[in-house]
Design a binder for this molecule. Structure first.
Ligand code: NAP
Ligand code: ZN
Length: 354
């Protein structure tokens, strides 16, 4: 039987596009039979959190509590829960529900659910009671057991957090387009997603090049596992790599011209946009006659996300993180916007106080 006792939770959220984030008291629902209550230990900060808190995409409902790179331990389980038990190290990514019966959900692509789309971890609407969903900048969360993943023992909790979005969003396209030994991959934008893209593609055996505006990141690119660094403002260097890459994994978070990156692709090469959600500037379709593919990709399904966590544990692929207190989140947003993060902020939830 479902419990009716709700759980008070401490959180940080925004009340308007320009409010910044501040302390907020919220309530987590009482456990349904298939629910898990998680004490959150860490939550990563994704650029999507910033876009959402500031309503960059025009679809934010306030108040909003961002956070979809969530790790913690199981504190209680509903009566029918079989996947998780008290004390387990677990994680939640960008979605907390989907219909689980459409063709896409059946194909383990819950993020593309055909019945109303996935239910976002925040800024979503609970499928059963219509209440708003609140994310991981909080000390606890309740979610349906299928959407709760297992954190492998060898992954430290703080480092595991960014894998739930930055990790899976880059892992999924690399797998979809069968990147492996011999592949030539370029990663555009060396931020949270980009640095995971570099590490994952390198771990899969690809030759990896970083495409960046920031000359200051040249040294880091190599340390992260890249074989080359291309400053995108260096036209001659860009031209020299024309027709070279199998894939450009484009993580740039703003509207921009994707043409220079298409030039870098070989025949049948693919540019995957995972960053920008906006109208793109005009481009000449003639460029695609070289049988180049321009596409996008959204996070990854539940099974693939678990596979990615296990892959990262097996190959010791961990993000570079800067751990911060919850109270410093607004500064972290400003620094992220200025590309001043190496390479993912992670909130230590102990800072919220017991
Ligand atoms: P991030 O940490 O801020 O990194 C983005 C990087 O892009 C920056 O470090 C910078 O790299 C480059 N960049 C930033 N502004 C730029 C500009 N004006 N022009 C050109 N390059 C710029 O962000 P993130 O967390 O990785 O997220 C990246 C994007 O992916 C966001 O828009 C986010 O919403 C989106 N996202 C999508 C999915 C999905 O499912 N598709 C999932 C998660 C996030 P350099 O300094 O190297 O140039
Ligand atoms: Zn994200």
């Amino acid at each position: 039987m479902a419990t009716t006792n709700q759980y008070p939770a401490k959180a940080y959220g925004a009340t308007a596009p320009d409010s910044g984030l501040g302390p907020m008291d919220i309530t987590r629902r009482g456990l349904r039979d298939d629910d898990v209550l998680i004490d959150i230990t860490h939550c990563g900060i994704c650029h999507s959190d910033l876009h959402s808190a500031r309503n960059d995409w025009g679809r934010t409902t306030y108040p909003i509590v961002p956070g979809h790179e969530i790790v913690g331990t199981v504190a209680a389980v509903g009566e029918s829960v079989t996947r998780h038990k008290l004390g387990d190290r677990v994680a939640i990514g960008c979605m907390v529900d989907s219909c689980m019966e459409c063709a896409h959900c059946d194909a383990d692509l819950e993020q593309y659910c055909q019945n109303g789309g996935m239910t976002g971890t925040y800024n979503g609407t609970d499928r059963r009671d219509g209440s708003p969903t609140y994310g991981g900048y909080s000390d606890r969360i309740v979610a349906r057991e299928e959407f709760v993943l297992k954190v492998p023992d060898s992954l430290p909790m703080a480092e595991a957090a960014p894998l739930l979005c930055a990790g899976i969003t880059t892992y999924s396209p690399l797998r979809t387009w069968k990147i492996g030994p011999g592949s030539k991959v370029a990663v555009a934008g060396l931020g949270g997603l980009g640095h995971m893209g570099v590490k994952l593609a390198a771990a899969m055996g690809a030759e990896v090049t970083v495409l960046s505006r920031s000359e200051s990141k040249r040294g880091d690119a190599e340390k992260l596992g890249a074989h080359a660094f291309l400053n995108t403002s260096d036209r001659a260097a860009m031209k020299a790599k024309s027709g070279y890459f199998d894939m450009v994994l484009n993580t740039i978070p703003v509207r921009h011209d994707v043409t220079p990156y298409l030039h870098l692709l070989r025949i049948d090469g693919v540019q995957v946009l995972v960053g920008v959600i906006d109208m793109l500037p005009e481009m000449h379709s003639g460029l695609l006659l070289g049988r180049k593919v321009l596409t996008g990709s959204g996070i990854g399904g539940l099974a693939e996300t678990q596979e990615m966590l296990d892959f990262c544990a097996a190959h010791n692929v961990l993000p570079e993180i800067e751990t911060i207190a919850m109270q410093d989140v607004n500064d972290a947003y400003d620094r992220m916007e200025a590309s001043d993060v190496k390479y993912r902020f992670v909130i230590d939830m102990a800072s919220l106080g017991g």
